[in-house]
Design a binder for this molecule. Structure first.
Ligand SMILES: Cc1cc2nc3c(=O)[nH]c(=O)nc-3n(C[C@H](O)[C@H](O)[C@H](O)COP(=O)(O)O)c2cc1C
Ligand SMILES: Nc1ncnc2c1ncn2[C@@H]1O[C@H](COP(=O)(O)OP(=O)(O)O)[C@@H](O)[C@H]1O
Length: 307
């Protein structure tokens, strides 16, 4: 995948363009992406995803981009089949562009779009005045075809990033994963902790989560971890380790049947199922007993799944 960021000075060969903010790439977004991939294969065109960086709300409302389901580095993994991923700089000049101007200059001009794939409610340009009606109207002038995709529903409700954020915050990881069409994941570098794991408890690979990343409530989750592209079953605690008077929020993963030094490695932790809330125990022994119970539960879960 070619990745274009931080510049407006680029052009593309004829392509199928997918437009969207793709805050949390969910089953609705995946449908757009699949359609674009299918068209690009059939027609021998490049597939290109265009989003904005920073998020428009950061520039327009001066809001910090908090509670991100995917950080940029995490999106690349999901968009791996796409040929080109563009993060178009969203500054005050971009915000001022009329929708007509954006289509002429960027979509038809720079991107050389032959197909434009968007959700039915896609809005763009100054004050979000552009919509699919305008994209359709301009398609004959700029010689592209418009493909619109209906909003996807799950149990009668329209799937949205806002809904998924709510489920993640409430700890409903299994449902969030259904809506994402993938397991919610946290990517980061394994850092050194206080070494209490190996000494008194179980070793855990520690990641300090990015301050913009959304996280579920502090607690213990059945997880998968990818180390050097190899997948392992694991159990993850998200929290501050109150029993050992910790202060900082850490994502800590104990990998089952594993005994390697992975400090400094970039890993991906996927959360699969909520097990329990994080608690302050009266002693390290009590904490260890509970962690052992949790590991046994996960081992049993994996065994049942493999039967
Ligand atoms: C499955 C699991 C569950 C845990 N649950 C708790 C908990 O409920 N409360 C707590 O204070 N710490 C909990 N911990 C965190 C341990 O306290 C932590 O792993 C230990 O402090 C080691 O820290 P270190 O990596 O800095 O050495 C849990 C760890 C694991 C692996
Ligand atoms: N099964 C395992 N799960 C997680 N980490 C492991 C495992 N076996 C070995 N390790 C290594 O041990 C480190 C964690 O040991 P720990 O005592 O918890 O130290 P720290 O406090 O630095 O996290 C990990 O970062 C990793 O390099």
């Amino acid at each position: 995948m070619e990745y274009i960021k931080g510049t407006k000075e680029f052009t593309s060969s004829p392509c199928v363009v997918v437009l969207g903010n793709f805050d949390g790439i969910h089953i609705g977004h995946r449908k757009l992406i699949c359609k674009a991939l299918q068209l690009s294969r059939e027609l021998g065109l490049k597939s290109l995803v265009l989003t904005f960086d920073p998020h428009p709300s950061f520039v327009l409302a001066n809001k910090e981009p908090v509670d991100l389901i995917y950080l940029r580095c995490e999106k690349e993994r999901i968009l791996k089949d796409i040929d080109v991923f563009v993060e178009y700089p969203y500054d005050l000049n971009t915000a001022k562009m009329t929708p007509e101007n954006f289509v002429e200059k960027v979509i038809a001009g720079q991107l050389n779009a032959k197909y434009v794939v968007v959700g039915k409610d896609y809005r763009f340009g100054h004050k979000r005045k552009g919509d699919i009606g305008l994209l359709e109207k301009l398609s004959s002038i700029y010689d592209y075809k418009l493909v619109t995709i209906d909003k996807i529903e799950y149990n009668g409700n329209i799937v949205s990033s806002t809904w998924i954020r709510k489920e993640i915050k409430e700890g409903n990881i299994s449902l969030a994963n259904e809506l994402l069409g993938a397991n919610f994941s946290i990517k980061g570098k394994v850092v050194e902790g206080k070494k209490n794991g190996k000494r008194f408890l179980y070793p855990t690979a520690n990641i300090i989560p990015h301050r913009y990343k959304i996280l579920p409530p502090n607690g213990v989750y059945y997880s998968h971890i990818y180390v050097n592209n190899q997948k392992y079953h694991s159990i993850t605690n998200i929290g501050i380790n109150p029993t050992l008077n910790g202060q900082q929020k850490v994502v800590e993963t104990h990998i089952l049947d594993f005994d390697e030094d992975i400090y400094g490695e970039t890993v991906i932790v996927e959360l699969i199922e909520f097990i329990r809330k994080e608690k302050k125990f009266n002693s390290i022994d009590e904490l260890k007993q509970e962690i052992t119970n949790n590991i046994n539960y996960v081992t049993e879960l994996i065994r049942k799944h493999e039967d």
